[in-house]
Write a protein of this length. Sequence first.
Length: 413
Amino acid sequence: MATTPEPPAAPPKPTWEPKQHEPPYPWLRPTIRIRLTLLYGGMFLIAGIVLLSIIYMLAAQALHDAGSLELKVGGTNVLIASDTCPQLSSATNIDQVNETIKACTAAQRQHALDTLLNRSLLALVGLSVIAFAFGYAMAGRVLSPLGRITRTARRVAGTDLSRRIELDGPDDELKELADTFDDMLDRLERAFTAQQRFVGNASHELRTPLAINRTLLEVHLSDPGAPPELHQLGKTLLATNERSEQLVEGLLLLARSDNQIVERKPVDLAEVAERAIDQTRTEAVEKGVEIRGERGSAVVQGNGVLLERIALNLVQNAVRYNVPEDGWVEVATEVRHGQALLTVSNSGPVVPAYEVDNLFEPFRRLRTERTGSDKGVGLGLSIARSVARAHGGRIIAEPREGGGLVMRVTLPV
């Protein structure tokens, strides 16, 4: 009887956990703590030996100088003299000689101690300077892997997730940190790749049915024999479909703009603002809104399409949320304090300061939680803020006295 072969074993599931490296002898691992202990302990031992040797030599020299009291006896009257103790020549008896020798010896000893102290202090200062310089150099050498980790982290901040530290050297805490950081980057790269793939698939899957609906509605609306009710229903459905398309485009752009811009080219904010004004001019004329302002050259490094979207969203909002009569919008660009500045201010209703931050949240408007009008889908300022952050800049909104807002976008030059 033939036996049924067993099914092959399932492959092991991939894990996201960092690899655990267990050294064969953990107590022999050259950790940074042990290395720094040996380094600074050895430096202290060497400095102590050098300082002890210097003090020994200075003390020997001082004792030699203090014991150099030479007596000279001459003549029939037993004349005692010394070059280091000239007071002996004036001594007339043995008592005066003893007192004078004691005084000279005490003076020589005090002089030797003062000389020893001064030279020891000079030696200590010199050794301190050498020790600090050597310690600074050694600390920089020991901590240099941290600089490498920091530089890699800064490159990764620019969405260059392909960077890795790949630190070589002893298996210490820094190498463990670098390996853990590399494992984290692997996980982040896979996550961002999956997100980009999802955004691309969602873009296709969401745009296609909406485009088909729009085409069908336009075909039915082009039929002259259709009843008026069907025409009105078709126009309503077409407006709803267009609104859905705008919402999908806004969500996809918001998802893409949350990342840093990898490919950058010189872009003049003045030109970007002019294009945004040209696209909004017809709507401004219909609403009776005057567009003005001086636009100076302000060249930044970035993506021209996304930067134009910032200006377009701000100008459109400034035109749409304006006063019914004698409204105005001022658009200005300039370079100030080493940064490019795009300013869009407008007349309009009074905006409370506590509601300004809510305007940048998706689907939020002034005094309402969800979108509910034909002025947009509620993603304009959210997209503008995401694009500004992706370019390393920021956007600030401030209420204007008398009504309206002042929107300032600052970008690095």
